[in-house]
Design a protein around this ligand. Structure first.
Ligand code: ATP
Ligand code: MG
Length: 381
């Protein structure tokens, strides 16, 4: 039984959000067997077939955005004997391990003969009889027995397990994620997917300055991220020609910011070709020279789509904590460099102006270089 979070606040759009959540959910649990997924009374149900891998499906469900909480339930007929038997048996492990418990009852079927306090009292007593070591603690119980008497049946479960929260992926549209091999950009993708965006990862690849391992690492990151964001093939952009031209033609202290301007131009082209409405980066204010306010201003000046930077106000520690939680950290810190040190200036300008950028780009055939890169894109795994 899955509880929807912010979704329940949606008015007329709600149907669309709910449909999207269900189709995302079905896709993500389908590798683990057959599930009958449907919604009723503001709740989504996923009924497993006999041989389904419930454990794995449960973990997958917890990563689906739009799900506030997941409950693994026993389903019982709507009478007190059946509900009691079900609670005592189904929650045996929890009840045996705990010292204290409480019962919570919700009765949405008002025709059920007992009201909620009566259900709690009766079930509490039966549980105390069955497990003589237990005591009732209504304020800070070690385990909670929840009974929900709904239209079709009674559902018995322990305390709900938190889900991923957020909004269903796709309900906010699509966006390109500039995905490097670092710690930040996978986290940025995760955060925007959490707000309902479908993510199209784009990676700029400077072969042979960065090798096959670096690309594999990025594909691996996209793969891990997709456990939350859903699957999308990563677009690989050949970036060597542009980096070599920049190194040849631009003042060294402007190289990074000019490189980033090219990334944004190309990312925008790919976004528009793929129905995406925004670009996402892993930038955080002041983290490095290219992430000052002035540098962000000149990099975003080359495009008109909004540039979303979900990490802009976060400390590295906070980003690392999320990277660990979503499982990208260990891959991000593998030692294959993203952009080769050959292309990293020793003293990059921290306050570049637009005039300086335009002058640094004077000898570059911008349109031609962008066109070549866009035409050379390939799809990674
Ligand atoms: P990250 O940890 O995400 O690599 P970073 O702190 O190393 O970020 P930069 O290398 O300056 O910062 O990159 C800033 C952002 O630009 C990245 O978060 C990412 O969105 C994008 N970016 C950088 N390099 C690439 C690349 N090779 N391909 C795609 N996007 C990139
Ligand atoms: Mg980086």
């Amino acid at each position: 039984m899955l509880k929807m979070g912010e979704l329940v606040l949606k008015g007329l759009n709600r149907q669309r959000f709910e449909q999207r959540l269900m189709s995302n959910l079905k896709r993500r649990i389908s590798p683990f067997g057959n599930f009958n997924v449907y919604s009723m009374q503001s709740t989504i149900y996923a009924e497993p077939a006999e041989d389904a891998d419930i454990e794995s499906a449960f973990e997958a469900m917890r990563r689906v955005f739009g799900v506030a909480a997941v409950c693994r339930c026993a389903v019982a007929p709507k009478n007190m004997e059946a509900i009691t038997a079900s609670a005592i048996e189904y929650l045996r492990d929890d009840l045996s391990a705990a010292g204290t418990f409480k019962v919570e009852a919700k009765r949405s079927d008002k025709a059920f003969v007992f009201n909620s306090p009566q259900i709690c009292a009766a079930l509490g007593e039966s549980i105390l009889n069955a497990y003589s070591h237990l005591r009732v603690d209504v304020h800070a119980p070690q385990t909670t027995v929840v009974v929900e008497v709904r239209d079709m049946a009674a559902f018995v479960h322990a305390a709900p397990v938190p889900g991923a929260g957020g909004l269903p992926v796709g309900t906010g549209g699509r966006a390109v994620l500039l995905l490097s091999g670092g710690i930040d950009s996978p986290v940025a993708g995760y955060m925007m997917a959490k707000r309902g965006l479908e993510i199209l990862p784009v990676h700029f690849f400077s072969y042979p300055y960065t090798g096959a391992e670096a690309k594999d690492k990025v594909l691996k990151l996209a793969d891990i991220m997709s456990l939350y964001t859903g699957r999308a093939a990563t677009v690989i952009v050949p970036f060597t020609e542009i980096q070599e031209r920049i190194r040849k033609c631009c003042p060294e202290d402007m190289m990074t910011v000019i490189t980033r301007r090219f990334m944004m131009r190309i990312a925008e082209r790919i976004a528009l070709d793929n129905g995406c409405g925004a670009l996402i980066t892993g930038e955080s204010l002041g983290q490095v020279a290219s992430q000052t306010m002035e540098a962000m201003a000149v990099t975003q000046a080359v495009c008109t789509l909004p540039v979303l930077r979900p990490l802009v106000g976060m400390d590295k520690e906070e980003v690392v904590a999320i990277a660990r939680k979503i499982g990208t950290f260990d891959t991000s810190v593998l030692p294959y460099e993203d952009c080769c040190t050959l292309f990293t200036p020793k003293h990059p300008k921290t306050r570049p102006t637009l005039a300086q950028c335009l002058s640094a780009e004077e000898d570059l055939d911008i349109d031609g270089l962008v066109q070549n890169a866009v035409e050379g894109t390939a799809s990674g795994a």
